[in-house]
Ligand binder design. Structure first.
Ligand SMILES: [Zn+2]
Length: 323
């Protein structure tokens, strides 16, 4: 499971960081997923290996512009590149209306591919395809905002020979069918299900990618069994106290405390206010100050997202920053 941050700034871009977007890929699958699409996301993608043709599904956490203004341009560029595969967009109410209005008034009358919108703010929301199963978890923000929990779907392809022998399944074609996940019927009328004769699948990796939120503790239940939380830390606790609760964001401390309470082993903070700079010389206004605060309250592994930084959750559930 690989994550590349395409934008890590809150509200407005800075010279170091674009507004929010994140690419998620499952190992070597060509398809990838986009979580949020702030303005200029398509420009960021020009510097990555992710192509608009292989983009499988877009997930939008909430309707604020720094999380979705990039959609009309990205969709139009996909069209100009000749994309034909249908595109799914999972998003709360409002995103569909915004995209349709933008395309309509920009005279984009017809796209060469269809867009399926799925409302993620409805309780029955559940997305799945060959590679992932995704659920949405409500957060607390000025507009409905959600976290998406991505659980990798793992397939077992290893046969349990002992079990096949015990069930007297004749070696050959039938073994191949079971390995492909098909149910078979033996000559004596018995039905054998693939799950009876396949080894347990490898452990599934789970990552939660959250939208803007001022109550990270809302995610504690969903974090059970997860390997990674990606969450906004817009300000330090001191700066948040000064700004007041009106913007409904989290401090690094708030996220760290919730992550610690949940037991999730890895945390990546992102969506930093424009005041924070990469250089440690900026003191209280540096990303280092946010990191130090998080590490005071969280004993797991803390990463600070930078634009184009790439992180891998390996098969053992460890988080490693890739080159
Ligand atoms: Zn935001």
């Amino acid at each position: 499971m690989k994550l590349t941050f395409l934008g890590t700034s809150a509200g407005m871009p800075t010279t170091e960081r674009n507004v929010t977007a994140l690419a998620l890929a499952i190992d070597d699958a060509r398809q990838w997923y986009l979580v949020d699409c702030g303005e200029g996301t398509q420009h960021q993608l020009l510097r990555c290996r992710y192509t608009l043709n292989n983009l499988k599904t877009i997930f939008i956490t909430h309707v604020h512009g720094d999380h979705m203004y990039g959609l009309p341009g990205l969709i139009t560029s996909a069209s100009m590149q000749g994309r034909q595969a249908p595109l799914t967009i999972c998003a709360p109410d409002g995103v569909r209306q915004f995209v349709e209005a933008a395309l309509h008034y920009a005279d984009v009358l017809e796209l060469p591919f269809s867009i399926e919108f799925i409302r993620s703010d409805q309780s029955a929301f559940h997305y799945q395809d060959t590679w992932v199963a995704v659920t949405a978890h409500q957060l607390s923000h000025r507009v409905p905002s959600f976290a998406y929990r991505f659980a990798e779907k793992t397939l077992s392809t290893q046969l349990n020979i002992q079990q096949l022998t015990a069930l007297s399944v004749p070696r050959g074609e039938l073994w191949g069918l079971l390995q492909k996940g098909q149910t078979i019927t033996l000559e004596d009328g018995r039905t054998i299900l693939p799950e009876q004769v396949l080894q347990p699948p490898p452990a599934s990796r789970v990552a939660i990618i959250a939208g803007d939120n001022d109550k990270p503790e809302l995610l504690i239940d969903a974090l059970q069994g997860s390997h990674l939380l990606v969450h906004e830390a817009t300000l330090t606790e001191a700066a948040l106290q000064k700004a007041g609760p009106v913007w409904m964001h989290s401090s690094a401390r708030m996220v760290a405390e919730a992550a610690e309470a949940s037991g999730v082993p890895n945390l990546i903070l992102t969506h930093f206010s424009g005041r924070y700079q990469r250089s440690a010389k900026a003191g209280a206004n540096s990303i280092h100050a946010l990191k130090a605060e998080a590490e005071t309250y969280y004993s797991g592994n803390t990463g600070m997202a930078r634009d184009f930084s790439t992180w891998v959750v390996d098969r053992d559930g460890r988080l490693v920053e890739a080159d």
